[in-house]
Design a protein around this ligand. Structure first.
Ligand code: ADP
Ligand code: ZN
Length: 426
Protein backbone atom coordinates (compact mmCIF):
# COMPACT_ATOMS: atom_id res chain seq x y z
CA UNK A 1 0.00 0.00 0.00
CA UNK A 2 2.70 2.45 1.03
CA UNK A 3 4.51 2.00 -2.29
CA UNK A 4 1.37 2.51 -4.36
CA UNK A 5 1.79 5.08 -7.13
CA UNK A 6 0.45 8.62 -6.70
CA UNK A 7 -2.41 7.78 -9.07
CA UNK A 8 -3.36 4.74 -7.03
CA UNK A 9 -3.27 6.72 -3.78
CA UNK A 10 -5.45 9.46 -5.24
CA UNK A 11 -7.92 6.88 -6.56
CA UNK A 12 -8.26 5.41 -3.05
CA UNK A 13 -8.75 8.87 -1.57
CA UNK A 14 -11.36 9.78 -4.18
CA UNK A 15 -13.38 6.72 -3.38
CA UNK A 16 -13.10 7.05 0.39
CA UNK A 17 -13.92 10.76 0.66
CA UNK A 18 -17.24 10.42 -1.18
CA UNK A 19 -18.35 7.67 1.21
CA UNK A 20 -17.01 9.40 4.29
CA UNK A 21 -18.77 12.72 3.63
CA UNK A 22 -22.05 10.87 3.15
CA UNK A 23 -21.51 8.93 6.37
CA UNK A 24 -20.80 12.10 8.35
CA UNK A 25 -23.65 14.10 6.83
CA UNK A 26 -26.15 11.37 7.61
CA UNK A 27 -24.95 10.61 11.12
CA UNK A 28 -23.36 13.69 12.70
CA UNK A 29 -25.93 16.46 13.21
CA UNK A 30 -23.24 18.91 14.36
CA UNK A 31 -21.32 18.65 11.08
CA UNK A 32 -24.47 18.48 8.96
CA UNK A 33 -25.38 21.91 10.36
CA UNK A 34 -21.94 23.26 9.43
CA UNK A 35 -22.30 21.90 5.89
CA UNK A 36 -25.81 23.29 5.56
CA UNK A 37 -24.60 26.70 6.73
CA UNK A 38 -21.80 26.57 4.16
CA UNK A 39 -24.31 25.48 1.48
CA UNK A 40 -22.47 22.21 0.71
CA UNK A 41 -24.28 18.92 0.08
CA UNK A 42 -22.68 15.46 0.08
CA UNK A 43 -23.32 15.26 -3.69
CA UNK A 44 -20.97 18.23 -4.18
CA UNK A 45 -18.04 16.08 -3.08
CA UNK A 46 -17.08 13.96 -6.07
CA UNK A 47 -13.34 13.65 -5.53
CA UNK A 48 -10.66 14.53 -3.00
CA UNK A 49 -10.13 17.88 -4.78
CA UNK A 50 -13.64 18.90 -3.69
CA UNK A 51 -12.61 18.65 -0.05
CA UNK A 52 -11.87 22.38 -0.17
CA UNK A 53 -15.59 23.06 -0.24
CA UNK A 54 -16.08 21.53 3.21
CA UNK A 55 -16.12 23.57 6.43
CA UNK A 56 -13.30 23.22 8.98
CA UNK A 57 -13.55 21.70 12.42
CA UNK A 58 -11.60 23.07 15.37
CA UNK A 59 -10.79 21.80 18.82
CA UNK A 60 -13.48 24.16 20.11
CA UNK A 61 -16.06 22.35 18.00
CA UNK A 62 -14.99 19.07 19.58
CA UNK A 63 -15.16 20.59 23.03
CA UNK A 64 -18.62 21.95 22.29
CA UNK A 65 -19.78 18.57 21.03
CA UNK A 66 -18.25 16.79 24.06
CA UNK A 67 -18.70 13.94 24.77
CA UNK A 68 -20.79 12.30 22.03
CA UNK A 69 -21.71 15.08 19.59
CA UNK A 70 -19.27 13.88 16.91
CA UNK A 71 -20.12 10.22 17.26
CA UNK A 72 -21.20 8.80 13.89
CA UNK A 73 -22.23 5.27 14.92
CA UNK A 74 -24.36 3.94 17.79
CA UNK A 75 -22.40 3.80 21.03
CA UNK A 76 -23.02 0.03 21.01
CA UNK A 77 -20.83 -0.37 17.95
CA UNK A 78 -17.85 1.25 19.68
CA UNK A 79 -15.27 -0.84 21.49
CA UNK A 80 -13.06 1.81 23.09
CA UNK A 81 -12.52 5.47 23.93
CA UNK A 82 -9.34 7.50 24.31
CA UNK A 83 -8.81 11.10 25.25
CA UNK A 84 -6.32 13.85 24.39
CA UNK A 85 -3.65 14.76 26.93
CA UNK A 86 -5.31 18.10 27.51
CA UNK A 87 -2.06 19.96 26.83
CA UNK A 88 -3.97 23.07 25.76
CA UNK A 89 -7.22 22.86 27.69
CA UNK A 90 -10.23 20.64 28.25
CA UNK A 91 -9.75 17.08 27.09
CA UNK A 92 -11.49 15.70 24.01
CA UNK A 93 -12.86 12.15 24.04
CA UNK A 94 -12.79 10.06 20.86
CA UNK A 95 -14.48 6.74 20.07
CA UNK A 96 -13.30 3.68 18.09
CA UNK A 97 -15.02 0.74 16.44
CA UNK A 98 -12.97 -2.44 16.03
CA UNK A 99 -12.33 -1.37 12.42
CA UNK A 100 -10.95 1.96 13.67
CA UNK A 101 -8.62 0.19 16.12
CA UNK A 102 -7.42 -2.15 13.33
CA UNK A 103 -6.52 0.77 11.08
CA UNK A 104 -4.74 2.59 13.87
CA UNK A 105 -2.67 -0.44 14.85
CA UNK A 106 -1.79 -0.99 11.20
CA UNK A 107 -0.48 2.59 11.03
CA UNK A 108 1.68 2.04 14.13
CA UNK A 109 2.95 -1.28 12.72
CA UNK A 110 3.98 0.57 9.55
CA UNK A 111 5.94 3.04 11.70
CA UNK A 112 7.79 0.26 13.52
CA UNK A 113 8.52 -1.56 10.26
CA UNK A 114 9.75 1.63 8.59
CA UNK A 115 12.31 1.99 11.38
CA UNK A 116 13.49 -1.55 10.65
CA UNK A 117 11.40 -3.41 13.23
CA UNK A 118 10.47 -7.07 12.59
CA UNK A 119 8.92 -9.98 14.45
CA UNK A 120 12.42 -10.75 15.78
CA UNK A 121 12.39 -7.57 17.87
CA UNK A 122 11.55 -7.01 21.52
CA UNK A 123 9.55 -3.84 21.78
CA UNK A 124 9.41 -2.01 25.11
CA UNK A 125 6.48 0.39 25.18
CA UNK A 126 7.01 3.12 27.78
CA UNK A 127 4.40 5.57 26.56
CA UNK A 128 1.61 5.98 29.10
CA UNK A 129 -1.15 3.37 28.93
CA UNK A 130 -4.72 4.38 29.63
CA UNK A 131 -6.70 7.21 28.09
CA UNK A 132 -3.55 8.61 26.45
CA UNK A 133 -3.16 7.05 22.99
CA UNK A 134 0.63 6.58 23.06
CA UNK A 135 0.78 3.31 25.01
CA UNK A 136 -2.11 1.41 23.46
CA UNK A 137 -1.24 2.61 19.95
CA UNK A 138 2.35 1.39 19.82
CA UNK A 139 1.32 -1.68 21.81
CA UNK A 140 -1.15 -2.64 19.08
CA UNK A 141 1.36 -1.86 16.36
CA UNK A 142 4.00 -4.03 17.99
CA UNK A 143 1.51 -6.94 18.23
CA UNK A 144 0.60 -6.54 14.59
CA UNK A 145 4.25 -6.65 13.63
CA UNK A 146 4.67 -9.79 15.71
CA UNK A 147 7.35 -8.40 18.02
CA UNK A 148 7.50 -9.46 21.64
CA UNK A 149 5.73 -6.58 23.39
CA UNK A 150 6.63 -5.28 26.86
CA UNK A 151 3.65 -3.20 28.05
CA UNK A 152 5.63 -1.18 30.59
CA UNK A 153 3.85 2.20 30.51
CA UNK A 154 5.80 5.11 32.06
CA UNK A 155 7.52 5.35 35.40
CA UNK A 156 9.80 3.33 37.63
CA UNK A 157 12.74 4.08 35.40
CA UNK A 158 15.22 1.74 37.09
CA UNK A 159 12.82 -1.15 36.61
CA UNK A 160 12.45 -0.15 32.96
CA UNK A 161 16.20 -0.44 32.54
CA UNK A 162 16.30 -3.73 34.43
CA UNK A 163 13.69 -5.19 32.04
CA UNK A 164 15.56 -3.72 29.09
CA UNK A 165 18.62 -5.72 30.19
CA UNK A 166 16.82 -8.91 31.24
CA UNK A 167 14.54 -9.22 28.21
CA UNK A 168 17.07 -7.70 25.78
CA UNK A 169 14.69 -5.10 24.43
CA UNK A 170 15.68 -3.88 20.98
CA UNK A 171 13.05 -1.16 20.38
CA UNK A 172 12.13 1.60 22.82
CA UNK A 173 8.87 3.52 22.39
CA UNK A 174 8.23 6.61 24.55
CA UNK A 175 8.21 10.41 24.49
CA UNK A 176 11.59 11.95 23.57
CA UNK A 177 11.78 13.64 26.97
CA UNK A 178 11.33 10.29 28.72
CA UNK A 179 13.94 8.72 26.44
CA UNK A 180 16.41 11.42 27.52
CA UNK A 181 15.53 10.73 31.15
CA UNK A 182 16.04 6.97 30.68
CA UNK A 183 19.40 7.78 29.06
CA UNK A 184 20.46 9.83 32.11
CA UNK A 185 19.38 7.06 34.45
CA UNK A 186 21.33 4.43 32.49
CA UNK A 187 24.45 6.49 33.12
CA UNK A 188 23.63 7.02 36.79
CA UNK A 189 23.25 3.29 37.26
CA UNK A 190 26.83 2.93 36.04
CA UNK A 191 25.77 1.33 32.75
CA UNK A 192 26.67 2.18 29.15
CA UNK A 193 24.72 1.59 25.92
CA UNK A 194 26.83 -1.57 25.50
CA UNK A 195 25.04 -3.10 28.48
CA UNK A 196 21.74 -2.78 26.58
CA UNK A 197 20.51 -4.41 23.36
CA UNK A 198 18.53 -1.41 22.12
CA UNK A 199 18.78 -0.68 18.40
CA UNK A 200 16.15 1.95 17.78
CA UNK A 201 13.57 4.19 19.37
CA UNK A 202 10.18 5.44 18.19
CA UNK A 203 9.71 8.80 19.84
CA UNK A 204 6.90 11.30 19.46
CA UNK A 205 3.80 12.91 21.00
CA UNK A 206 5.69 16.15 21.67
CA UNK A 207 8.05 18.47 19.81
CA UNK A 208 11.77 17.64 19.87
CA UNK A 209 14.73 19.07 18.03
CA UNK A 210 17.45 17.46 15.89
CA UNK A 211 19.90 18.32 18.69
CA UNK A 212 17.80 16.34 21.14
CA UNK A 213 17.71 13.44 18.69
CA UNK A 214 21.51 13.29 18.58
CA UNK A 215 21.71 13.52 22.36
CA UNK A 216 19.28 10.58 22.87
CA UNK A 217 21.03 8.54 20.17
CA UNK A 218 24.36 9.00 21.94
CA UNK A 219 22.99 8.32 25.42
CA UNK A 220 21.28 5.07 24.42
CA UNK A 221 23.38 3.95 21.47
CA UNK A 222 20.37 3.77 19.12
CA UNK A 223 18.86 5.33 16.04
CA UNK A 224 15.94 7.57 17.00
CA UNK A 225 12.85 7.85 14.77
CA UNK A 226 10.07 10.40 14.94
CA UNK A 227 6.38 9.46 14.99
CA UNK A 228 3.49 11.92 14.83
CA UNK A 229 -0.16 11.66 15.63
CA UNK A 230 -3.07 13.15 17.45
CA UNK A 231 -5.91 11.57 19.36
CA UNK A 232 -8.51 13.28 17.18
CA UNK A 233 -7.32 11.23 14.16
CA UNK A 234 -6.52 8.00 16.08
CA UNK A 235 -3.32 8.61 18.06
CA UNK A 236 0.32 8.01 17.11
CA UNK A 237 0.97 6.64 13.63
CA UNK A 238 -0.69 9.32 11.50
CA UNK A 239 2.84 9.89 10.14
CA UNK A 240 6.24 8.35 10.77
CA UNK A 241 9.87 8.54 9.70
CA UNK A 242 11.45 6.07 7.28
CA UNK A 243 15.11 5.13 6.85
CA UNK A 244 15.80 8.44 5.09
CA UNK A 245 14.77 10.42 8.22
CA UNK A 246 13.90 13.51 6.25
CA UNK A 247 10.31 14.19 7.20
CA UNK A 248 7.51 11.83 8.14
CA UNK A 249 5.40 9.84 5.66
CA UNK A 250 1.69 10.40 6.19
CA UNK A 251 -0.54 7.32 6.05
CA UNK A 252 -2.42 8.91 3.21
CA UNK A 253 -4.79 6.04 2.56
CA UNK A 254 -6.35 6.87 5.95
CA UNK A 255 -5.59 10.54 6.56
CA UNK A 256 -5.75 13.30 3.98
CA UNK A 257 -3.45 16.22 4.80
CA UNK A 258 -3.70 19.87 3.80
CA UNK A 259 -1.74 22.98 4.77
CA UNK A 260 -3.76 26.16 5.16
CA UNK A 261 -3.08 29.77 5.98
CA UNK A 262 -4.13 29.93 9.65
CA UNK A 263 -5.49 33.46 9.19
CA UNK A 264 -7.55 33.07 6.01
CA UNK A 265 -8.14 29.30 5.85
CA UNK A 266 -6.90 29.27 2.23
CA UNK A 267 -5.03 26.10 1.16
CA UNK A 268 -1.28 26.70 0.68
CA UNK A 269 1.04 24.96 -1.81
CA UNK A 270 3.57 22.27 -0.87
CA UNK A 271 6.73 23.65 0.67
CA UNK A 272 4.97 26.51 2.49
CA UNK A 273 4.59 26.76 6.27
CA UNK A 274 1.01 26.74 7.49
CA UNK A 275 -1.47 24.96 9.73
CA UNK A 276 -1.83 21.23 9.23
CA UNK A 277 -5.39 20.05 8.55
CA UNK A 278 -6.43 16.39 8.54
CA UNK A 279 -9.44 14.49 7.25
CA UNK A 280 -9.95 10.92 8.43
CA UNK A 281 -10.89 9.05 5.28
CA UNK A 282 -12.25 5.86 6.79
CA UNK A 283 -12.72 6.17 10.52
CA UNK A 284 -16.21 4.95 11.42
CA UNK A 285 -16.95 6.09 14.97
CA UNK A 286 -15.33 9.52 15.12
CA UNK A 287 -14.76 10.71 11.56
CA UNK A 288 -13.45 14.27 11.43
CA UNK A 289 -13.48 16.25 8.19
CA UNK A 290 -10.94 19.05 7.75
CA UNK A 291 -9.81 19.12 11.35
CA UNK A 292 -7.46 22.01 12.15
CA UNK A 293 -4.60 20.60 14.23
CA UNK A 294 -3.04 23.98 15.10
CA UNK A 295 0.32 22.33 14.34
CA UNK A 296 2.50 24.42 12.04
CA UNK A 297 4.05 22.31 9.34
CA UNK A 298 5.26 21.92 5.74
CA UNK A 299 4.23 19.17 3.27
CA UNK A 300 6.50 17.81 0.51
CA UNK A 301 5.89 15.34 -2.27
CA UNK A 302 9.41 14.64 -3.51
CA UNK A 303 10.39 11.07 -4.27
CA UNK A 304 11.79 9.30 -1.20
CA UNK A 305 14.67 6.84 -1.33
CA UNK A 306 12.71 4.35 0.82
CA UNK A 307 10.27 3.70 -2.03
CA UNK A 308 7.15 5.10 -0.37
CA UNK A 309 5.19 7.54 -2.48
CA UNK A 310 3.14 9.08 0.29
CA UNK A 311 3.31 12.78 1.09
CA UNK A 312 5.73 13.80 3.84
CA UNK A 313 5.32 16.30 6.67
CA UNK A 314 8.26 18.02 8.37
CA UNK A 315 8.72 17.91 12.12
CA UNK A 316 5.94 20.16 13.40
CA UNK A 317 7.49 23.59 13.90
CA UNK A 318 5.32 24.12 16.97
CA UNK A 319 1.68 24.56 17.72
CA UNK A 320 0.22 27.84 16.66
CA UNK A 321 -0.87 28.18 20.29
CA UNK A 322 2.59 27.16 21.58
CA UNK A 323 4.14 30.30 20.27
CA UNK A 324 4.97 32.79 22.97
CA UNK A 325 4.77 36.47 22.22
CA UNK A 326 7.37 38.08 24.45
CA UNK A 327 7.85 41.86 24.21
CA UNK A 328 6.15 41.65 20.84
CA UNK A 329 8.55 39.02 19.48
CA UNK A 330 7.34 35.56 18.38
CA UNK A 331 9.24 32.89 20.28
CA UNK A 332 9.00 29.12 19.87
CA UNK A 333 10.37 27.07 22.78
CA UNK A 334 12.18 24.87 20.23
CA UNK A 335 14.39 27.82 19.22
CA UNK A 336 15.60 28.11 22.80
CA UNK A 337 16.18 24.35 22.99
CA UNK A 338 18.33 24.47 19.86
CA UNK A 339 20.59 27.16 21.36
CA UNK A 340 20.93 25.30 24.67
CA UNK A 341 22.06 22.11 22.94
CA UNK A 342 24.41 23.97 20.60
CA UNK A 343 26.07 25.73 23.51
CA UNK A 344 26.65 22.43 25.30
CA UNK A 345 23.73 22.43 27.74
CA UNK A 346 21.79 19.27 26.87
CA UNK A 347 20.31 18.88 30.35
CA UNK A 348 16.79 19.67 31.46
CA UNK A 349 15.44 23.21 31.12
CA UNK A 350 12.33 25.27 31.84
CA UNK A 351 11.16 28.56 30.39
CA UNK A 352 9.22 30.99 32.57
CA UNK A 353 7.48 34.05 31.21
CA UNK A 354 5.90 36.72 33.37
CA UNK A 355 4.93 40.38 33.27
CA UNK A 356 6.48 42.80 35.76
CA UNK A 357 5.66 46.53 35.62
CA UNK A 358 4.01 46.00 32.24
CA UNK A 359 7.13 44.45 30.75
CA UNK A 360 7.41 40.80 29.76
CA UNK A 361 10.17 38.88 31.48
CA UNK A 362 11.85 35.76 30.15
CA UNK A 363 13.69 33.50 32.59
CA UNK A 364 15.37 30.31 31.45
CA UNK A 365 16.37 27.74 34.05
CA UNK A 366 18.98 25.27 32.87
CA UNK A 367 20.56 22.45 34.84
CA UNK A 368 24.33 22.60 35.19
CA UNK A 369 26.07 19.92 33.18
CA UNK A 370 28.40 17.69 35.18
CA UNK A 371 31.53 19.24 33.62
CA UNK A 372 30.71 22.62 35.21
CA UNK A 373 29.49 21.35 38.55
CA UNK A 374 32.71 22.10 40.44
CA UNK A 375 33.17 25.53 38.86
CA UNK A 376 33.38 28.70 40.91
CA UNK A 377 30.41 31.01 41.30
CA UNK A 378 32.01 33.58 39.03
CA UNK A 379 32.61 31.09 36.24
CA UNK A 380 28.99 29.89 36.47
CA UNK A 381 27.89 33.52 36.19
CA UNK A 382 30.06 33.86 33.10
CA UNK A 383 28.39 30.82 31.50
CA UNK A 384 24.96 32.26 32.30
CA UNK A 385 25.91 35.49 30.54
CA UNK A 386 27.31 33.70 27.52
CA UNK A 387 24.19 31.56 27.16
CA UNK A 388 21.94 34.61 27.52
CA UNK A 389 23.95 36.28 24.75
CA UNK A 390 23.51 33.30 22.40
CA UNK A 391 19.76 33.24 23.04
CA UNK A 392 19.56 36.99 22.49
CA UNK A 393 21.27 36.51 19.11
CA UNK A 394 18.69 33.86 18.14
CA UNK A 395 15.53 35.58 19.43
CA UNK A 396 16.38 39.25 19.47
CA UNK A 397 15.30 39.63 23.09
CA UNK A 398 17.29 39.39 26.30
CA UNK A 399 16.56 36.50 28.64
CA UNK A 400 17.84 35.96 32.17
CA UNK A 401 19.56 32.58 32.34
CA UNK A 402 19.82 30.71 35.64
CA UNK A 403 22.12 27.71 35.84
CA UNK A 404 20.67 25.50 38.56
CA UNK A 405 21.67 22.34 40.42
CA UNK A 406 21.57 19.11 38.38
CA UNK A 407 18.26 17.22 38.76
CA UNK A 408 16.47 20.21 40.31
CA UNK A 409 14.03 20.63 37.38
CA UNK A 410 11.24 18.10 37.43
CA UNK A 411 11.57 15.22 34.91
CA UNK A 412 8.67 14.14 32.77
CA UNK A 413 7.66 10.57 32.09
CA UNK A 414 5.05 11.65 29.57
CA UNK A 415 4.91 14.94 27.71
CA UNK A 416 7.42 17.45 29.05
CA UNK A 417 6.22 20.72 30.58
CA UNK A 418 8.83 23.17 29.32
CA UNK A 419 7.02 26.48 29.55
CA UNK A 420 5.27 28.26 32.40
CA UNK A 421 3.54 31.42 31.27
CA UNK A 422 2.53 33.25 34.44
CA UNK A 423 0.98 36.11 32.45
CA UNK A 424 -2.02 33.84 31.91
CA UNK A 425 -2.32 33.20 35.63
CA UNK A 426 -2.54 36.85 36.78
P1 ADP B 1 -3.00 17.17 23.20
O1 ADP B 1 -3.35 18.04 22.02
O2 ADP B 1 -3.88 17.38 24.37
O3 ADP B 1 -1.54 17.15 23.54
P2 ADP B 1 -2.60 14.53 21.99
O4 ADP B 1 -2.03 13.70 23.08
O5 ADP B 1 -3.53 13.88 21.05
O6 ADP B 1 -3.36 15.71 22.67
O7 ADP B 1 -1.37 15.17 21.22
C1 ADP B 1 -1.37 15.52 19.86
C2 ADP B 1 -0.42 16.66 19.64
O8 ADP B 1 0.90 16.32 20.09
C3 ADP B 1 -0.22 17.00 18.18
O9 ADP B 1 -1.25 17.83 17.71
C4 ADP B 1 1.13 17.71 18.21
O10 ADP B 1 1.01 19.06 18.63
C5 ADP B 1 1.89 16.96 19.28
N1 ADP B 1 2.75 15.94 18.65
C6 ADP B 1 2.48 14.64 18.46
N2 ADP B 1 3.51 13.99 17.88
C7 ADP B 1 4.48 14.91 17.66
C8 ADP B 1 5.80 14.89 17.09
N3 ADP B 1 6.34 13.78 16.63
N4 ADP B 1 6.48 16.06 17.04
C9 ADP B 1 5.94 17.20 17.52
N5 ADP B 1 4.72 17.29 18.07
C10 ADP B 1 3.99 16.17 18.16
ZN1 ZN C 1 10.78 7.51 2.91
Amino acid sequence: MECASRDEIIAIQNEKIVKQVKHVYENVAYYRDLMDKAGVKPEDIKSIEDIRKLPFLTKNDLREAYPCGMLAVPMNDCVRIHSTSGTTGKRVVTFYTQHDIDIWEECCARALAAAGGTEEDVCQVCYGYGLFTGGMGLHGGSHKLGSLTLPMSTGNTERQIQFMQDLKSTILCCTPSYAAYIGETVKEMGLTPDDLSLKMGIFGAEPWTEEMRRDIEAKLGIKAYDIYGLTEMCGPGVAFECSEQKGMHINEDHFYAEIIDPETGEPLPDGTVGELVFTSLDREAYPLLRYRTRDLCVLTREKCSCGRNTVKMCKPLGRSDDMLIIRGVNVFPSQIETVLFKEGFPENYRIEVDRVNNTDTLDIFVELPERLFSDTVSSVAMHEKKLAGAIKTMLGINPVVHLVTPKSIERSEGKAVRVIDRRKLH
